[in-house]
Design a protein around this ligand. Sequence first.
Ligand code: NAD
Length: 501
Amino acid sequence: MTDLATHLARLEGHLARFRAGGILNLIGGQDVAGETWFETRSPVDDSLIATVALGDAATVDQAAQAAKAAFPAWAAMPGAERKALLHRVADMIEARAEEIALCECWDTGQAWRFMSKAALRGAENFRFFADLAPGARDGQSLPSPDHLNITSRHPIGPVGVITPWNTPFMLSTWKIAPALAAGCTVVHKPAEFSPLTARLLAEICHEAGLPPGVLNLVNGMGEGAGKALTEHPDIKAIAFVGESRTGSAIMKQGADTLKRVHFELGGKNPVVVFEDADLERALDAVIFMIYSLNGERCTSSSRLLVQESIADAFHARLVERANRIRVGHPLDPATEVGPLIHRTHFDKVAGYVAIGQAGGATLAAGGERLGDKGWFMRPTLFTDARPDMRIAQEEVFGPFLTSLRFRDEAEALSIANGVAYGLTGYVWTNDLTRALRFSDGLEAGMIWVNSENVRHLPTPFGGVKASGIGRDGGDWSFDFYMETKNTAFALGRHKMQRLGL
Ligand code: NAD
């Protein structure tokens, strides 16, 4: 296994060109520097990684024009050719998986053990949608007695993709690959905290042979480049992943140009453990789904709902395991939890420790910073929380678990559904009828029974309530990136009304 020192040495090799020349935008196949720059710093020690070209409304306009110019040819390219190109992108992601993973760990603080696979999952996303490209335009035949109705699908046009900083590479491919497979051209605005791997993805796409303008990269701030993208008249749709309140802002910003939007937003997802569950596996899943990826994960199970009869014993084992989780350098293969992305985010998560204590919940594990350099936080557990407490209602987005007790199924469902969000839910029980009944009543877009979050790419991905609008995955992605057209052909001389005779 490669060790930390080797990882750091290899990372240095990959970063050298960014340290020298900054991270540039990529528009119409050309590198574009900014008038001004911003900095990206490592969460490990707050050191400068590189300066980044700051895109503004003019940069976004340039990118939108490039995407508009590239659209007709890209949309008209036979699906089989797009498929081949997107597979080539996947090949190149695989070939550079280590570089991507090293950069992702250093830029975001995510642990190597997870990021080494995230790049490969990005490649899988490209392959999955590449294979669907030849059939993307397929429609239905819907005959009536007088007419043959035929539907077909057409790419909507240039689209904007706005992504957050948590596992940014994998997440960007999840949005960009279906857009490209559908025949749309893209302007990507990555999160300002994690520009590194977005640049690698744009480079890979161009080296793989994507025509200039098909994928454009504009770095910048949300209220600058991000806002301009959502307001641009030539951008037909916005695929957005991020906070719920940013989703609201984007909906308002896009109103004048009637933007189609797809939102993947926040969560406060329950994991519900009934007394009859396989408690050993439930414990593993609870720990994995809140502390992996530093808890900076939209689908994390950040609320544990545990049945009263087993709560004390379950908590005792949870505390023991949480305290043993290895917090450390993200490039150390042994590390399980790395530093939080940024000082502002660390302050937010630490703020919720104070909020939990002030609210009267029990701090059973963690809660404190580790070391005096970087944004490391011990895995945190609050027990005996009440459903109305802020730590049981609001998304913390860190290695921070809030546990609540319930007496029976009805109370569990009421607590589970008693939040603004509805992204995922996890149910642990060996009672089949209860599993069916409970998951049917749960307000969430995605539910796993006796499982942690295991993705299957053809399934729909998305949330209800404040967790999102729309679905990704399989054909659902094409529904968003494409327009459906119906054409009715008369089958004969059907009776027609004749006016003005
Ligand atoms: P964020 O909303 O602050 O930022 C996301 C992106 O939006 C960034 O690129 C940012 O620059 C941009 N942005 C900010 N303001 C904007 C504006 N007014 N107009 C246009 N763009 C704007 O989110 P974040 O802090 O980067 O990410 C964490 C959030 O993302 C969490 O709430 C998490 O749950 C959510 N998330 C959801 C999913 C999902 O699938 N549901 C997946 C990952 C993350």
